[in-house]
Design a binder for this molecule. Structure first.
Ligand SMILES: CC(C)(COP(=O)(O)OP(=O)(O)OC[C@H]1O[C@@H](n2cnc3c(N)ncnc32)[C@H](O)[C@@H]1OP(=O)(O)O)[C@@H](O)C(=O)NCCC(=O)NCCS
Length: 144
């Protein structure tokens, strides 16, 4: 059995990350966007023999909070705690950088993800109409 690792994403990981993205979102990010995040220490993958999920954590525009940019787990590997482990890793990294809050936006129609975030301590803090090309955003946040 291979070791389970969460590690920083590297260039050769991008095709698999895009595969996960494409089975996770109706409007998936293209590979060049992921490549632009490769210099960010908060772009990480969860690997168990192969990459099963990814997460990207950064900072809010005003730099006062950590901000979860994106998280996704391959559709065949969900409900096994993988996203929870990725999120915990992102929270630990944000704390290392001195942040005590994390916020995120999630599509209003993405109820599954909202339930995942609620389960992990996030509370609804607002709504931004037209945030996505195809939906409004629910803003969620928690202390970390
Ligand atoms: C949301 C997502 C990342 C969750 O990944 P995951 O690895 O399946 O999540 P976990 O196994 O860590 O779930 C932890 C808990 O969150 C809740 N949860 C997760 N997915 C859920 C769902 N589809 N419906 C209801 N609750 C859910 C459950 O309480 C779950 O615990 P349980 O399985 O013991 O009941 C995954 O469904 C995904 O990749 N979705 C598509 C991409 C996406 O929407 N990303 C978020 C964008 S903002």
């Amino acid at each position: 059995m291979k070791d389970i690792v969460i590690r920083r994403a590297e260039l050769p990981d991008i095709p698999r990350v895009v595969e996960i993205e494409e089975c996770s979102f109706e409007v998936p990010w293209p590979d060049f966007l992921f490549k632009a995040y490769l210099n960010n220490p908060g772009f990480v993958v969860y690997e168990n023999g192969r990459i099963l999920g990814y997460a990207i954590v950064g900072t809010s525009e005003d730099r006062t909070r950590s901000h979860l940019q994106s998280i996704a787990v391959h559709k065949d590997c969900r409900r096994q705690g993988i996203a929870t482990k990725l999120l915990d890793w992102c929270i630990d990294l944000a704390k290392l950088y001195g942040f005590d809050r994390m916020t995120l936006e999630v599509r209003e129609k993405n109820v599954d993800a909202q339930l995942f975030y609620s389960e992990n301590g996030f509370k609804v803090e607002g709504r931004i109409d037209g945030y996505y090309v195809d939906d409004n955003a629910i803003v969620m946040g928690r202390d970390i």
